[in-house]
Design a protein around this ligand. Structure first.
Ligand code: FES
Length: 178
């Protein structure tokens, strides 16, 4: 079996999949592309009435949305769930499936939520599997819905949402980042 340097983590629609590390950058998104990830994380916390008991689930959601748990993100979660930051950091660093820093030089996250799946996201995963094998500096992951279904199929490339991605446009993006 071919070995890939990266692990594609399919976080299935059940919500019980592995957390999905994706890159987060400070790069601004194009004005036309709305990044709903903050809203989705807020919704996840709200769904649990901002209870500290939901910490692990909220961390899972944050990791899936942003790819890793930055110090700022952990602080925000601690504040919203009214938990000591040290406890949040302790939990995030204890479990191996949480990542406190981005993996790989570049990260591509393919949304496999329903809208993106129907729009052909699996084909994009195949392109990435083919192009980003061993030695690639691109880390590839998948995520559940990233809240931009109108842009399906959507891919987050180094923190920037790419809309209505085709195999060709994804290939061009891979060419661009080398
Ligand atoms: S299903 Fe992909 S953004 Fe919602």
């Amino acid at each position: 079996m071919e070995e890939w340097r990266f692990a594609i983590q399919i976080a299935a629609f059940s919500g019980r999949g592995d957390p999905t590390p994706i890159a987060e950058t400070e790069k601004p998104l194009p004005a036309a592309v709305k990044d709903n990830r903050d809203k989705l994380l807020e919704r996840a916390m709200s769904r649990h009435q901002y209870s500290g008991d939901a910490l692990i689930e909220v961390l899972h959601t944050a990791q899936e949305l942003y790819g890793f748990l930055s110090p700022e993100r952990l602080k925000t979660i601690a504040r919203k769930l009214r938990l000591p930051p040290s406890r949040v950091l302790g939990v995030a660093s204890f479990y191996h499936f949480f990542s406190l820093e981005p993996k790989g030089e570049h990260t591509m996250v393919v949304c496999l939520g329903t809208a993106c799946y129907v729009a052909g996201a699996l084909g994009l995963v195949e392109v990435l599997q083919r192009r980003c094998g061993a030695g690639s500096k691109v880390s590839v992951q998948t995520a559940r819905c990233i809240g931009s279904c109108g842009l399906a199929p959507a891919v987050i490339a180094d923190g920037k949402i790419l809309a209505r991605v085709t195999k060709a446009s994804l290939g061009a993006e891979l060419d661009r980042i080398g």
